[in-house]
Design a binder for this molecule. Structure first.
Ligand SMILES: *[C@@H]1O[C@H](CO)[C@@H](O)[C@H](O)[C@H]1NC(C)=O
Ligand SMILES: *[C@@H]1O[C@H](CO)[C@@H](O)[C@H](O)[C@H]1NC(C)=O
Ligand SMILES: *[C@@H]1O[C@H](CO)[C@@H](O)[C@H](O)[C@H]1NC(C)=O
Length: 305
């Protein structure tokens, strides 16, 4: 296990340099497996500054996408998919239309569910096309990357990282069902860590704690269901039985786009680093704030979506 540990330490050191010590970092070679949509808009900001510091970046993505387009800033490796741009745009528009409608009927819920299922099926089929593309995988293997940077919400990047035996760095806002805390065995006591959609704070009465606990139950089923196709794909491709929490637990570093200004205090694991609410392109501060020559940036929510 020593080589694995030393690889992890190496990557940790590299990342700390990348993030904290501009100018001191040695150039590294980074494989990026992004998730399309707003996820990409946030990640692109990071890649641009990594590139400015002289790091070599290779991005692997499906050839049809929403925001991920050919760019001269990085080496982009696109792989073929089995749908057209029109198919994707159509599905996505229909999804947005139903998702942004008023009201909460069962019919609307089912429609949204169907759209999400279809988009998720597309993502899984893309992932399989990437993993089973022999020439592309061989190119990636021969490139000898120092690290894989990925948004783990689709798990494809982590499956690839394990196949290439390259340590992975996750960059995300959060996982469905708070799977990041389960996978890392991070304490998440329901007595004071409020669950998603509960509208609770970290200071709960007894009954609120009961509610918080109850909100956790559906998560178990939903996430099992959502990640099953990836578990199946990963188990076939890596030729061993793996679960989603297994895969996630192998991340070297979690860069979380969270901030205790916006999020309640909670326990974290040592490899979880809060990088602030980096979401899409940072907003420009109002002129009078800039003029006042003080740093208010942490107090302005940068959620664009
Ligand atoms: C694999 O990906 C490359 C691009 O990276 C593409 O040119 C090639 O057609 C793909 N092969 C298959 C079998 O899809
Ligand atoms: C694309 O491929 C997947 C399997 O990889 C299949 O389930 C799906 O129906 C295909 N889609 C189209 C539009 O052919
Ligand atoms: C928690 O909430 C209770 C009731 O609302 C309040 O009395 C108490 O001061 C709060 N504790 C903290 C630490 O904010």
């Amino acid at each position: 296990m020593a080589p694995v540990l030393s690889a992890h330490l190496h990557v940790t050191a590299m990342l700390v340099q990348l993030l904290v010590l501009p100018g001191l970092a040695a150039a590294g070679k980074l494989l990026v497996v992004p998730v399309d949509g707003s996820h990409w808009l946030s990640m692109r900001e990071v890649l641009d500054s990594l590139r400015e510091k002289g790091h070599e970046i290779v991005v692997v993505a499906p050839e049809i996408g929403l925001h991920i387009k050919p760019s001269e800033n990085y080496v982009m490796k696109f792989h073929p998919v089995n749908f057209t741009q029109e198919d994707l745009d159509e599905h996505f528009q229909a999804f947005l239309q139903d998702a942004l409608q008023e009201g909460s009927s069962l019919e609307r819920f089912l429609k949204i569910y169907q759209h999400m299922k279809r988009l998720s099926d597309m993502a899984i089929s893309n992932c399989a096309r990437l993993l089973y593309n022999k020439s592309l995988i061989q190119y990636l293997q021969e490139s000898n990357f120092d690290a894989v940077l990925t948004d783990p919400v689709l798990l494809c990047g982590q499956i690839l990282a394990e196949h290439l035996a390259v340590p992975s760095v996750f960059f995300l806002r959060g996982m469905p069902c708070s799977l990041e805390f389960e996978a890392t065995r991070c304490p998440s006591p329901p007595s004071y860590v409020p669950r998603m959609l509960t509208d609770l704070s970290d200071n709960m009465s007894f009954l609120q704690r009961v509610k918080n606990l109850l909100f956790e139950i559906p998560n178990t089923f939903l996430c099992d269901f959502a990640f099953q196709p990836y578990e199946k794909l990963a188990s076939e491709f890596l030729q061993r039985d793996v679960t989603a929490p297994d895969l996630l637990s192998h991340a070297s570093i979690w860069l979380l786009r969270l901030d205790f200004v916006l999020d309640y205090p909670r326990p974290l694991m040592p490899n979880m680093i809060f990088v602030g609410g980096v979401n899409c392109v940072p907003k420009k501060l109002p002129q009078q704030v800039q003029d006042s020559n003080r740093d208010f940036s942490g107090f302005i929510p940068q959620e664009d979506l």
